[in-house]
Design a protein around this ligand. Structure first.
Ligand code: ADP
Length: 464
């Protein structure tokens, strides 16, 4: 069975030492969900009394103000250059920053250089060299996606026999779309492999890169960090709230959002969209949903940026159009803005995630934590976490949950309409029912409580 391992008895096991080698980490160097997961999974495992370290490139573009007590430790020579090692704390986690003096990570960005493959390959090798030279003996070396996949084979080819023999390699696929060659190779070389939801693990299990490794492949759902995403303790929203005062908390957040973006301050259903604007995220469905929401008299706020300049340009044009035709009901913020994302999660009634595919998806989980109702396409982790109020009562019950949102099949406008129309009608026709649903979703547990135990079980099984 390559799905969720059963967690049990793990609490009694002796502490392990886990080292993540990764190229993203929230909030200092986050591009997408991978960055969130490295931080929040590590915190959850550390909270269960295991020891966790993270090794990250020292980017010049890193948000250094979020690193506590950052200081230079030492340097070593490797790969024809000097590598400076810095140490600091991020969200309570110990992070080693590697800074090659050849300037490989002084590029102003995490991704987007022509030689990303070479840069991250170099980093992976340098990270293993650092572990070896520093006399670390981790139980688990955990690497992520194509970018730190090389750790799996570099370890087996070069380091396993010299000093790091005790370690086992765990590899997590956050998105199979990118860097297939690296992912296939890491699947072969790692001791255990995971991906970020049970449904996505099934969806990709027929892929030739995965199919011959199912015996060591598991789908473990991502969680969110309830301290990092906490409407009761969030400096970016006006009134702290829990499920007890969710209606008041969300009303004031909606007003603040409308005020900040220059939208009409009115009690209208508000649909929020927070996303990278790429094919994966269902761009045509997003556009359609914007128009549908406006037709239904609602407001729309989109926060998103496109790595592809043509897509970005297309949305700039759409924004110009909407900001004149519907200036008090639509706002497209075509940028990356963490503080604004918090206000949208809190102030929206609905968060729409119409992805074509979605390994796990964190936006729908964060939405629920803030009492917003998720409207999603039934794929990957969206299928595993959002249960339709009209169609998924039984499926939710099997997970010990009540239905918590709206979903749809298909990848055409009719699908989005089906879910969005029901959602918006529920808002207009039954505010009490709608409000009770906001309260209910806030009380569901999408943290790492359970998934962290699954990872520990997996780490243990890797060592057997
Ligand atoms: P992916 O990793 O494919 O981008 P996820 O749903 O796993 O998708 O994670 C996306 C994360 O990035 C979420 O934490 C979301 O809030 C955040 N995010 C996406 N776009 C933006 C943006 N434009 N501004 C701020 N945060 C964003």
């Amino acid at each position: 069975d390559y799905h969720i391992p059963v967690s049990g008895g793990i609490a009694k096991e002796p502490p392990m030492h886990i080292v993540h080698i990764a190229v993203e980490m929230a909030p200092i160097a986050k591009v997408g969900g991978l960055g969130d997961v490295v931080t929040s999974l590590s915190r959850a495992v550390q909270d269960l009394n295991h020891s966790v370290d993270i090794i990250l490139p020292k980017y010049d573009c890193m948000k250094i103000s979020h690193v506590k007590d950052l200081h230079y430790q030492r340097s070593y020579s490797w790969g024809g250059t000097e590598i400076k090692v810095w140490f600091g704390k991020v969200e309570g986690l110990s992070v080693y920053f590697l800074e090659p003096q050849n300037g490989m990570f002084w590029a102003g960005c995490v991704y987007g250089c022509k030689n990303d493959g070479e840069r991250f390959g170099f980093f992976c090798h340098a990270a293993l060299e650092f572990l070896q030279q520093s006399g670390f003996h981790p139980d688990i070396i955990h690497c992520h996606d194509w970018s730190s996949a090389p750790v799996a084979w570099l370890f087996k080819d070069h380091y396993m026999h010299y000093g790091l023999s005790k370690s086992r390699v765990v590899f997590t696929i956050h998105n199979l779309e990118f860097g297939a060659n690296n992912i296939g190779k890491a699947m072969a070389y790692s001791d255990k492999a995971t991906t970020v939801s049970p449904t996505y693990s099934r969806e990709i299990s027929g892929n030739p890169l995965i199919a011959s490794h199912l015996h060591k492949f598991h789908g473990i759902l991502n969680g969110i960090d309830p301290d990092i995403w906490d409407p009761y303790n969030d400096t970016y929203i006006p009134v702290p709230y829990t499920s007890e005062n969710v209606v008041e908390g969300k009303r004031t957040a909606k007003e603040a959002l409308q005020q900040r973006l220059g939208l009409k301050k009115a009690d209208l259903p508000l649909v929020g969209i927070i996303t990278r604007l790429t094919h994966q995220k269902g761009i045509h469905l997003i556009k359609h949903a914007i128009w549908r929401t406006l037709e239904r008299g609602g407001q729309v706020v989109l926060l998103g940026s496109a790595p592809d300049p043509r897509v970005q340009n297309d949305f700039v044009n759409l924004a110009n159009h909407l900001h004149s035709s519907h200036h008090d009901r639509a706002r497209l913020c075509l940028t990356y803005d963490e503080p604004l994302s918090h206000l949208i999660y809190a102030g929206a009634d609905f968060i729409l995630v119409p992805s074509i595919f979605e390994p796990c998806g964190l936006t729908q989980l964060t939405a629920m934590r803030y009492g917003s109702i998720a409207v999603v396409r039934k794929t990957g982790g969206l299928f595993d976490t959002v249960f339709d109020v009209d169609h998924d009562k039984e499926r939710a019950k099997a997970q010990g949950l009540e239905p918590n949102g709206f979903n749809f099949d298909g990848a055409d406008p009719a699908g989005v309409d089906y879910a969005l129309n029901r959602a918006i009608s529920a808002w207009y026709d039954g505010r009490d029912w709608f409000n009770s649903m906001c309260k209910k979703v806030m009380e569901q547990d999408w943290s790492w409580n359970k998934p962290a135990l699954d990872y520990l079980e997996l780490y243990h099984s890797a060592r057997k």
